[in-house]
Write a protein that binds this ligand. Structure first.
Ligand code: RUB
Length: 322
């Protein structure tokens, strides 16, 4: 059995589960930070207890949201850097490794942004879905290069993360047209690119991202608008190299209908015949994606597996496995 975790780690796990902390890169950053806090606060009497505490913390963080692979990738990276003979050596190495992870994450995002911005030309109109810090990084780099960019921002039901995207784009001075999801195909006529992030990328080049991404990509293909996915290599899902699929998170009914709305639909009936489903993500097949932009360059989705082999080799197993 694993020991209890630090209250700060538990609080971070709650924030991730409740989506106070959200978006794949931000979740990974918070998870690394939480492991550092656990290491710092640990009063473990032996190296073995310290290691068990860190594994328990990793497991608590992991069990929050299942789809973004950046979370287990971050946990694995930090835990693999835990080294030393004494508790104080273990503590120092874990904290240093978590910091290194966070610095690398932010540098990768800036680098990816520069690469992605090369695809954007002065005057281009970009359609976005949900809120992705990797996608925003491309737009920010383009603006910094002096390009005039406009955005059509999809609201993104049910949680409307499009509002976050709209706010951040307005902070960059980008003109924004906010539309409901159902208006996307109509507005694709005005778009030069679709730009989205990713929670996970599978070995066959499939992109797992916010629900609605796949429909948007199919419509974009039909309209001849290229689809660009901004995803740091931490979004590459190692288990998919051995045939595993990516779990799609199902979220609460209340994100879609309130109790009151449900009662209204049910009327006089005791309505257990009404089912509300709320998948948070979907899978866009590689044939609808034009480019996956990473900090290591841009790739056609079909060749992303080459980068995955190089980066992960035979990496498998649960992040906290000893
Ligand atoms: C967020 C989402 C984002 C990716 C990429 O979903 O689908 O597109 O996580 O984000 P949710 P980033 O709001 O459910 O977490 O580029 O910031 O990692």
């Amino acid at each position: 059995s694993l020991p209890a975790v630090d209250p700060d780690v538990a609080a971070t796990a709650d924030d991730i589960a409740e989506m106070e902390i959200r978006g794949a890169a931000t979740i990974a950053d918070a998870a690394a930070e939480a492991l550092a806090r656990q290491a710092e606060r640990s009063e473990a009497a032996s190296p073995e207890v310290f290691r068990r505490q860190l594994r328990a913390a990793a497991k608590t963080l992991y069990e929050t949201r299942p789809t973004a692979v950046s979370l287990p990738n971050a946990l694995r990276y930090v835990l693999r850097g835990m080294s030393g003979e004494t508790v104080s050596e273990l503590r120092a190495s874990t904290i240093a490794r978590a910091e290194e992870f966070q610095v690398d994450l932010s540098q990768a995002q800036s680098k990816l942004g520069e690469i992605g911005s090369n695809r954007l030309r002065d005057g281009d109109v970009v359609m976005t879905h949900c809120h992705s810090t990797d996608a925003l990084s491309c737009l920010e780099a383009a603006v910094e290069d002096g390009k005039e960019i406009e955005a059509i921002v999809k609201e993104t039901r049910p949680r409307k993360q499009g509002h976050i995207t709209a706010r951040q784009l307005r902070e960059l001075g980008v003109p924004v047209t906010l539309v409901v999801d159902n208006a996307a195909r109509r507005y694709l006529d005005r778009a030069d690119h679709v730009l989205v992030g990713a929670d996970s990328i599978a070995a066959d080049g499939s992109v797992i991202n916010k629900i609605g991404t796949s429909g948007l990509a199919v419509n974009a293909r039909e309209r001849g608008v290229p689809v660009m996915v901004a995803a740091q290599t931490i979004k590459l899902h190692p288990d998919t190299m051995t045939g595993h699929t990516v779990e799609i998170e199902m979220r609460a009914e209340r994100e879609v209908v309130s109790d009151e709305q449900r009662a209204d639909i049910a009327g006089e009936r005791a309505d257990d015949g009404l089912v509300v489903e709320n998948p948070a993500f979907d899978v866009t097949p590689p044939r609808y994606v034009d480019a996956i932009v990473t900090e290591r360059g841009q790739f056609p989705p079909e060749s992303i597996v080459i980068l995955m082999r190089e980066l992960f080799g035979e990496t498998t197993g649960e992040p906290w496995a000893p």
